[in-house]
Design a binder for this molecule. Sequence first.
Ligand code: ZN
Length: 149
Amino acid sequence: MIGLTYIRNLYNESLDDIGKILGVSKQSVHQWEMGLRPIPDERLKQLGEIFNLKEQYFNKELTNNDKIYILEQEIIRLKFIKMHDISGKSFNNFKVLKYVKKDTKGRTFWKCLCNCCGNMVIIRSDNLKNGNSTKCIKCGKIGRTWKCK
Ligand SMILES: [Zn+2]
């Protein structure tokens, strides 16, 4: 089992969720996990940012020391999420599903469901709260803003 599978299961993300977050198909994620295709460098970088872990962990077989380190990071992450949790709340047309990541400035990003089109989008918490112009990808394609009605 490569690190991606271990980390994905630990964080309770499905193949589909990871695919949606990275913008690839769930089949691609499955092929990476089965070792049928290498994880592209660009995706490794994204994974590192999303899970706040070094890129090397995702495409290697993990040692017990690696797993301990990853579990420790998960404890820190869960404590952080608990402090900032907005999951279950609604802002305009978006319902917040779950925490995704924070950036270097400590701003949090959340996976949200667009009530208009059912698409899942990642939105920064301050943009959710102040109603800034973050677009739903799917609604954006048909020329609507995220306040589409
Ligand atoms: Zn939408």
